[in-house]
Ligand binder design. Structure first.
Ligand code: VGL
Length: 200
């Protein structure tokens, strides 16, 4: 088993006070930092994604322009490349991140697998190069980018866990539904304390 950690979109715009802030987002950032302090050695790869949208256009209809956002398929402008909102939340310690993935340049992109690293390599290529077989997924938001990333990871043949104490969602109902869907798809829904149990 060779395990990776995916840290999905822990960006200022998805945390409290951001353009699309979710409740509990800042706590997720701090919680992931704690996880890394205690368990970094268990991961062969730590990959963090950022939504990295264009400020020049509506990103393929992803940003609501002339209508109110529906918060399902259209959103307030968020995570525009180069802005403070697109940066990682300050409570996330990124020093342990091996690979930074950007996605959504001009298009909607919920899954980390839609992004590339700084060298232009796809996530699939990065995982293959490191021989990754198992992935733990944490971050924002449960019902959108965490959901899409975890489902894609299963599709790519990975064994996947999502840690419920280290995710936060846009809406309660869709987050509950997303976790149920992930469970049906074969994702292990757990708390990050399973790492402590495995270590003891
Ligand atoms: C996300 C809504 C719109 C996410 C991204 O990161 O989950 N949600 N864009």
């Amino acid at each position: 088993m060779t395990r990776a950690l995916f840290i999905i979109d822990v960006q200022n715009d998805f945390t409290e006070g951001g353009a699309l802030g979710v409740d509990g987002g800042a706590a997720v950032a701090a919680g992931i930092t704690r996880l890394l302090q205690q368990h970094r050695g268990e991961y062969a790869l730590v990959a963090a994604s950022r939504d990295w949208h264009s400020g020049e256009n509506d990103n393929g209809g992803h940003f609501a322009v002339d209508a109110e956002p529906d918060f399902i398929e259209t959103w307030p402008a968020h995570c525009v490349e180069g802005t403070e909102g697109a940066e990682y939340h300050p409570d996330l310690d990124t020093s342990a991140v091996d690979v930074h993935i950007r996605k959504g340049q001009g298009v909607p992109a919920y899954s980390i697998f839609e992004g590339t690293d700084d060298a232009g390599d796809s996530v699939t290529e990065v995982l293959a190069a490191r021989g990754i077989t198992d992935i733990d997924v944490v971050g924002l938001a449960t019902d959108y980018c965490v959901r899409a990333s975890a489902l894609d990871a299963v599709e790519h043949g990975q064994r996947v866990r999502v840690f419920t104490d280290l995710v936060a969602g846009v809406a309660a109902d869709s987050s509950t539904a997303a976790l149920a869907e992930l469970g049906h798809a074969g994702v292990v829904i757990a708390e990050s304390t399973v790492l402590d149990e495995a270590a003891s």
